[in-house]
Design a protein around this ligand. Structure first.
Ligand SMILES: Cc1cc2nc3c(=O)[nH]c(=O)nc-3n(C[C@H](O)[C@H](O)[C@H](O)COP(=O)(O)O)c2cc1C
Length: 335
């Protein structure tokens, strides 16, 4: 059957305010992963706000099949920020207006994706190489949703072409509601380490909230990053992919409690919950394929994980996947 474009209406409550605080950890945008089931899973563990996978502004206004699936949501999936990528101010503004008409309330503009497919279109981190265009895109989006748009930045294209703090300050002046900084250059991709000092320097200059991103692999990293940088809040990305319970651990650490040690029963409950959410709310065959790649991450430290991965690759339906998982988890003593 040919895929068709559809735009799901935002659920009720979409306009609830966004919390910006140390004890309100966000789920970062994760292309291919921060879908509705994963967002619900992270919210179960305490994610205060979730950001969708990046959505092409052009795909949205030209009704590209597959775009609407990225926007599937539910009332319990609030507050939700829709992340857009694009390079043309009028297209980004039209995308925001289209989403607002469908009831979505909060938007983020991707100015940090360094994947060649995105940068070749002039969007994502490519905008950092053309600050005037970046600013025009920002003004267009803000004009379409005043007070409701944030921007996710890297440091610049490379070390010789850093755009901070200038671009960040200009975005603030233009009316950005918040900024997120992943302090690496586009050229770095995910190499080297995130330069948290750059977050600290920017935090001192901004009056709007600043969210930290980068090398937040555990709740300990997150809490240390907040203390070292003075960022208003943060978003977990790879840390959440490896352990969606990172949000609960983050909140516990800030309350001065010892985060719960990972133990068999809670790991099994987490995996079962993700499988159930993916079965209920996942989209098509992709939901099963995604789960086949995600589960081995959750149990990566267990001895039989290689065999599990091979076994999951052969699973073609949910029942098969659940059987494989049960056998593995029972065998590893996770019952
Ligand atoms: C699989 C994957 C997909 C990502 N997709 C997006 C995306 O769609 N939009 C975006 O702004 N950043 C995206 N990022 C970047 C993350 O949001 C985050 O800024 C980055 O991973 C740094 O945080 P971390 O080191 O704590 O993982 C992605 C990262 C990963 C690993």
């Amino acid at each position: 059957m040919r895929k068709r474009f559809f735009l799901p209406a935002a659920p009720a409550g979409a306009a609830s305010p966004l919390p910006f605080a140390a004890d309100a950890p966000w789920l970062a945008p994760l292309a291919g992963y921060s879908d509705l089931p994963f967002r619900l899973l992270c919210r179960h563990y305490g994610a205060a706000v979730c950001v969708t996978e990046m959505v092409s502004a052009k795909g949205l206004i030209y009704k590209s099949p597959g775009t609407g699936e990225l926007l599937m949501s539910l009332p319990e999936d609030q507050p939700l920020v829709v992340q857009l990528f694009g390079a043309e101010p009028e297209v980004l503004a039209e995308a925001v207006l289209t989403l607002r008409r469908a009831g979505y309330a909060w938007f983020d503009c991707n100015m940090g994706c360094s994947v060649p497919k995105v940068m070749r279109q002039g969007s994502g981190a490519a905008l950092l190489g053309d600050p005037e265009r970046a600013l025009a895109c920002a003004q267009a989006m803000i004009g379409a949703a005043p007070g409701r748009v944030g921007f996710k930045l890297r440091l610049g294209l490379d070390r010789d072409r850093l755009v901070l703090p200038d671009l960040a300050l200009r975005l603030e002046d233009a009316g950005a509601a918040w900024l997120t900084l992943h302090p690496r250059t586009a050229r770095q991709g995910f190499g080297g380490s995130a330069d948290w000092e750059a977050i600290a320097r920017l935090a001192q200059r901004l009056s709007i909230p600043l969210l930290a991103s980068g090398d937040l692999f555990s709740a300990e990293d997150g809490v240390r990053c907040l203390a070292e940088t003075g960022a208003t809040g943060l978003m977990y990305a790879r840390g959440a992919l490896h352990d969606p319970a990172v949000f609960a651990a983050h909140r516990a650490l800030l309350r001065g409690e010892e985060p719960a040690q990972p133990e068999a029963a809670s790991l099994r409950a987490m995996i079962s919950l993700h499988v159930r959410l993916a079965r209920e709310h996942g989209w098509g065959d992709g939901a099963l394929w995604k789960m086949r790649s995600l589960v081995p991450r959750y149990v990566r430290f267990l001895p039989g994980v290689r065999v599990l991965r091979q076994r999951l690759c052969r699973c073609t339906d949910w029942q098969d996947l659940e059987t494989a998982l049960d056998e593995f988890l029972d065998g590893e003593g996770l019952s």
